[in-house]
Design a protein around this ligand. Structure first.
Ligand code: GDP
Ligand code: MG
Length: 163
């Protein structure tokens, strides 16, 4: 079966922009649990030279399970549990937030193969964000601009090492 690559991170870091850049063909989602899988998107993509199923998620937030944000987070958790590789996206311009650090700790406990992706790094605006991301201790971050298509060669190379 195709390896599953899940894109996770707090809202607004550029997960869907990265998903759209990498996606080749959208896959229909089977709604086995209405209201839960609803906001998950999957696509066929070539990442790191491999034919993978790429999963976009609604975003990780610290929120009680009965809230919309909590259900989004539950969707992200399911995606992580099913993933062969996780792309943990942070916003290199905003720098690390407490929410990023919270979810970095959570992902560390999950123990899935993972790449820290520092997005919005076009024009070296994210140099500080890259240093902060490195300090998470989740491996060497890859700086990209999902919007401008920069750094993707390096991202593919890192994925190829891990898949
Ligand atoms: P998501 O909530 O994590 O899925 O984030 P989105 O993909 O919806 O993007 C959130 C915002 O960040 C949008 O306004 C995007 O245009 C912007 N964005 C995404 N990627 C980049 C990037 O590489 N550079 C910059 N400057 N903005 C980006
Ligand atoms: Mg999104």
């Amino acid at each position: 079966p195709r390896p599953v690559v899940a894109i996770v991170g707090r809202p607004n870091v550029g997960k869907s922009t990265l998903f759209n850049r990498l996606a080749r063909r959208r896959l229909a989602i089977v709604h086995d649990q209405p209201g839960v899988t609803r906001d998950r998107k999957e696509a066929e993509a070539i990442v790191g030279g491999r034919d993978v199923t790429l999963v976009d998620t609604a975003g990780l937030e610290e929120a009680p399970p009965e809230t919309i944000a909590g259900r989004m987070t539950a969707g992200s958790e399911r995606a992580v549990d099913q993933a062969d590789l996780v792309l943990f996206v942070i916003d290199g311009r905003a720098g690390l937030t407490p929410a990023d650090e919270h979810f970095a700790a959570w992902l560390r406990r999950k123990g899935r193969p993972l790449v820290v992706v520092v997005n919005k790094a076009e024009g070296r605006a994210a140099a500080g964000g890259v240093a902060e991301a490195y300090a998470l201790g989740l491996g060497e971050p890859v700086a990209i601009s999902a919007e401008h298509g920069e750094g993707l060669g390096e991202l593919h190379a890192r994925v190829a090492e891990l898949l």
